[in-house]
Design a protein around this ligand. Sequence first.
Ligand code: ZN
Length: 471
Amino acid sequence: MPDSVLPSSDAAQLLKQQLKKIVGSAGYREGDDIDSRNYRDNMGDRSCVPVILLRPANTQEVSAILKLCHQAKQPVAPQGGMTGLVSAAAPLDGEISLSFERMKKVVEVDRFTSTMTVEAGVELQTIQETADSSDMLFPLDLGARGSCTIGGNISTNAGGNRVIRYGMTRDLVVGVEAVLADGTIIDGLHKLRKNNTGYDLKQLFIGSEGTLGLITKAVIKLSPKPSSQVVAFCAVKDFDGVANLLVHMQTKLGSNLSAFEVIWNNTYELIDEYVPSVSIPMAKDHQFYALIESMGSNPETDKEQFLEVLNEATELGLIEDAVLGDSQSHIDKLWAIRDAAAEIFSAIRNMHAYDVSLNVGDMGYFGEQVEKDLRLKWPEAIIGLFGHIGDGNIHILVHVGADTRKLHREIDEVIYSLIRDLKGSISAEHGIGIMKKEFLAYSKSESEIALMKALKHAMDPEGILNPGRIF
Ligand code: ZN
């Protein structure tokens, strides 16, 4: 990690003046003028006032900033909507923060190529609404949609609720414009679906958490807007039943299956107790609850087909109880139960949240074992599991008392050891940031980490871009 020259030397004063000249007074904040939302991310694990907050208005300004900082060996921490969960976007001591909050233009919607071109600071919800008004769908969807930005979504390869059908953010990006650490602009902003011209350079910037370059614009992929939507909320007896229900739905619904979300009994109880805005639709004595969604383009037949497939599942003994949502308000209510699982995190103080992935066949065992292992150390622990089971992704909420945050390294060790033994991933969709970097080797081999470090060194030889994140 390079030493920062800020905040007091003469060189630092000169650097500040030069940076201010690049972005103008509208793009420059210092000291008390920096809003507290620029101090920390959603996990809130770490909080730090950036020495300066730069808010460039365009790619050329980003390029000029990085060129200067590269020469001065000044570390820079990029910021999007600050909704991350791995403590990456909160600055470290001495870092300049670079926010994309003034780069919010939707440049173009192109119906012929089914793409949208956007600046990095556009909020996800704006993109969803813009696509919708053009009768298209941008399928990426996550709880933070109102504040997260597309630049953050892409640089962390965000997942969310509809990965089962449309893939991760990586699968939704056609072209990227990014700025390297030394200020070089890499213009990969094309709309070509097929482009086999050697290395796919955009992939270097997708999911690399701002450590290899800063994404300034992107061309993203739109899909046809589905014209039917049906949701069922189902109770399931055991995890074997959940896995078999998933296979049944995948086989029978094919590409219409757009979500398969599962809530463990422990989380269902917590929702009932801690999220009063949500009323649970069925008894609490089932082991698992699955939210299953079908989206298609034949409103007349899609609902019928969905009901038929659900009935078959009930006859096969895979479903114990079910509630159907076929009007928008009822569908929203059922989704609110799933979204409430994430709200428990803020409803109970001193909660820690985990994001891991596993083979679906190992998840039942994992759920039981992780609870046993945690209770060995903390018999009174509050534990909740839920996740995007269609994608092999589980979220775990853990509370072991007022000291949960202080003890989180110990909790990490319990959970990540089990993940390592099952050859899962310590991060399914949240990234590594600072919080998970000690455990990177649990999910990546020595040679993989060596190659990652070689790439970092080649692209950012002074180590100024988001230093100390990932490794
Ligand atoms: Zn998630």
